[in-house]
Write a protein that binds this ligand. Structure first.
Ligand code: CTP
Ligand code: MG
Length: 230
């Protein structure tokens, strides 16, 4: 039997509307590099991936200027309309090289604080699993169901998890789940595509510093975490 490989997919074709900056958030500066370079460096440093497929928008003038776009382990794929389309496009760019049984870790370009420790912990936890799963965080705050501004009930916190990336699935299973879900806007992460197939991905508790840069104030927080991690 051939050795199971591990691939990384980075959706980086968003416009970053909530960030309200002059360019997509993955190209904003963070600790001496762009956000996207920091993210790709974290994946390269983990030293487990056969290649990293990055989905980039057709109108993106910034990507070819980055050193890492020419790295021998980095593959460029076309971005799509929604995040799931970008992920599927990046998966397809690996078709010649990846086997159905290989693992793929899909990681947001906008999460530059990912640690090698979390990458290795996720892989170690799921490598013998039939389906795969995702990094997630439990909620420390009490959670409420609300209608308008009226609280209707308190939610059992122990059954609620916040979804992070990477999300780790078998190449073949993930590709067919995303193909089956194409055009379905409810698919905001890879796990939901597999859930639609009736499968139950697992959660693996991740580190709280693996934040997604979404709003302007998140950049300062990401900088703080990166400096703490050094
Ligand atoms: N993404 C993508 N292709 C899309 C939409 C999003 O590759 N069509 C990527 C983003 O670049 C980001 C990740 O998916 O790395 C998570 O999405 P999000 O944080 O929502 O980023 P944006 O869609 O760029 O931001 P916003 O929703 O504020 O516009
Ligand atoms: Mg978005």
């Amino acid at each position: 039997m051939t050795q199971v490989k591990i691939w990384a997919v980075v959706p980086a074709a968003g416009v970053g509307k909530r960030m309200q900056a002059d360019r997509p958030k993955q190209y904003l500066p963070l600790v001496g590099k762009t956000v996207l370079e920091q993210t790709i460096n974290r994946l390269l440093q983990a030293d487990v991936f056969s290649a990293i497929a990055v989905a980039i928008s057709k109108e993106d003038p910034y990507w070819p200027e980055l050193e890492c776009s020419k790295h021998k382990k980095v593959v460029t794929a076309a971005g799509g309309k929604e995040r799931a389309d970008s992920v599927l496009s990046a998966l397809k760019s690996l078709t010649e090289r990846a086997s159905d049984n290989d693992w793929v870790l899909v990681h947001d370009a906008a999460r530059p604080c990912l640690t090698s420790a979390d990458i290795h912990y996720l892989i170690g936890s799921l490598k013998d699993d039939a389906v795969g799963g995702i990094l997630a965080l439990s909620s420390h705050d009490t959670l409420k169901n609300v209608e308008g501004i009226n609280i209707t009930e308190t939610i059992d916190r122990s059954v609620i998890w916040r979804v992070l990336t990477p999300q780790m699935f078998r190449y073949g299973m993930l590709k067919s789940a995303l193909e089956a879900a194409e055009g379905n806007s409810v698919i905001t992460d890879e796990a939901s595509a597999l859930e639609m197939q009736g499968l139950q991905p697992k959660i693996v508790e991740g580190r709280p510093d693996n934040i997604k840069i979404t709003r302007p104030e998140d950049l300062a927080l990401a900088q703080f975490y990166m400096e703490q991690q050094q």
